[in-house]
Design a protein around this ligand. Sequence first.
Ligand SMILES: [Zn+2]
Length: 433
Amino acid sequence: MKSLKKLLILLVVIGLIGAVVFYFRDTTEPQLTLTPNSGPISNKSKLLLSLTDAGSGLKDLQVTMVQKNNRMPLLEQSFPVSTETTDIELDLGKVKLEEGDFQIEVRATDSAIYHFGKGNQASKTFSLTYDSRPPIISILSKAHNFSRGGSGLVVFSVNEEVTQPGIQFGDLFFPAFRQPSGHYACLFAYPYFMAEKDFVPRVVAQDLAGNERQTGIYYRAKYKRFRDRDIKISKSFLDMKTPELEPLAPNAKTPIDIFLYVNREVRKANRAKMAELSKDTSPTPLWKDSFLRQPMAATLAQFADHRTYYYEGKKVDEAYHLGYDLASVAQAEIEAANDGKVVWAEYLGIYGLCVVIDHGLGMQTLYAHMSQLDVHPGDLVSRGQIIGRSGATGMAGGDHLHFGVFVSGIPVQPVEWWDQHWLTDNIDSKLQL
Ligand SMILES: [Zn+2]
């Protein structure tokens, strides 16, 4: 009898210990985070609520919006047994918020029996600001005249902080840069390849809450046709260039195939590289006065010449020539067209040995086919400084300088930038605003 009693007591003790262990099994509240958890938001913003309870799992959730004395239930939810973690996107469109500050109250409990069966509760309040109004953009510059293949500048202001302001049309985007005046300056191109009807520049800006505004500008665009040029690819040209171009076209077998691969694929890759380099730019203009045209006698080719290539009497390729070819003596000294920072100084496909100088606002100049480079990436150069010597490297038949101007990676007409009147009227005077 006595031993039975002992056994009973032992069982009760074990049971009690078990109950205590179970009771204290999960004493920590669920973890909850809200992203973003402060600052301005609109009902277009993604608000992500993340909940985790590693102990007993999540049980239920309540989300309430509070603005002034107004409490608005947004969400009430129970979770299936042993839900350890979940992400919930809050839909602000379900409640009517006014412009201004508000709070989000979040309460979550877990399935523990702690707190006499109520479980652990996490409770957090987040303070945010509701902003449903897009930024207001004011265009400050006037007389925007564009010529196809050319450049232009728009200066504007916005009434609140914005991200990614710029000019957009088609699938092109030109970033705007904030100036010391507080205004934004956006340099952009009427691309040489664009039809008149597709050139519809709009200023775009998004505020921190995600509200976007688009604003049109007054402008005049002059359509310009470019020249057509036939280029005959001679056997002697191929004989001369094949050893240099061969490594760029590893799968091409014959000299003409090597040429065609470089003229198409390598050209495309080099253009992509120029677009990438354009991101390495000063937010303020570095140039002073007009850009220097190299003192070279002959112009061999102009901007946007449309070239048709013939080989053995047959048309084999076509391409636009997106710079100016200037020639004088062999290995002529090459000058930086203006003040700026070197962002590239090495071999680059069709351009051969070349230098790219950044002049700010996404505007960069290219000096191609050189035989010698006297500068390095990161060097600050001044207008007229010798940066190397001309040559015939890359896709060049003879010694000359290929001079290119790019605006946010889009090749543009250099002639405008050589012209002090054009520069004053269209760019520099607007930057004074
Ligand atoms: Zn050229």
